[in-house]
Design a protein around this ligand. Sequence first.
Ligand SMILES: [Mn+2]
Length: 360
Amino acid sequence: MTSASAADAHALLDAHDPILLTTHTSPDGDAIGSELGLARYLRQRGKRVTILNDDDLPDHLAFLPGAEEVEVFAEASVEQKKALAEAELAVALDTNAAERLGALAEPIQQGGAEVLLIDHHTEPEGWFDHAFQRDTAAATAELLCEVIEAGAPELIDADVATPLYTGLMTDTGSFRYSSVTPRVHRTTATLLQRGGISPAPIHSALYDNRSLASLRLLGRALDRIRLRYDGFVGYTTVTPAVLEAAGAGPEDKHGLVGHVLSVAGVGAALLFTETQGGTKVSFRSEGDTHVDGWARSFGGGGHRNASGAYLEEFSLAEALDDVLAAAPQHIGVEPEEARGALTGEDAADLAAAMKAQGAG
Ligand SMILES: [Mn+2]
């Protein structure tokens, strides 16, 4: 893997055609925004571009210009096989691990295209041919702004700027995480100016459009927030029964863990989601409290302040127990005095959840 600058990345994009873009499973605003912004830019440079993902576009991003061009990978599609076979360059955006590419990992790794990584996660895998990556970047969209700046920034129009702005905004919690620097604001300002766009309609499309079910789920999850380690670690839990009671789906958990982090004194927040095959854990933290190592020790990974792990075949109770007990090794909190697996409150909560599941 050779390390590439923004200018190197631009030169690679310039030298190849057609180009395939892909991103991680459960794509977020930065993943989709990066794909759409880059695709629009490349097409203006005369490139043939295909966007192919393992997962569907989430509904809340359907307002983005070009969203209809995002294709979901289907083994049986002749057109997609052709696009994969013909691509000279495949660009992996916003993830640095094969596993996160889902079903696309194999055709991209086995295919003839050179692979360029553009990403801001920690600890990239080594199999990419070229990598333009910086784990202190606030978003992959920020890196793409630098790539475009090294090429033809005059091509930034509303359809390039809107998705890239969305990537920057969503990955920074609306410009409030510790990853936000003067440089991020300057990059964002350039984007707004060149694209002739204003932030308000984008914020409104993303945040004033919540389903009632997702708010009801939020209410239930807020009710279940628990604190540990003298209030420094906060967590909440979502079970299938809780989802059902709220009339919500897994996508309605979006942003939930951020509310746990907003509790005064909490420096690390976790969301445990019980699923059929195991328990999913989302980790969020503030400032110098880094949670990526904590997530990695359970087979996951991500960013210093936002990571995730999937604990296969762990029940919710087992995941709570093991993950919370590991906090002192990863975020420097003092070990708690010997205690049972669950607090009385949690035990009662779990019992109630089991009962509700049984009844459902
Ligand atoms: Mn990102």
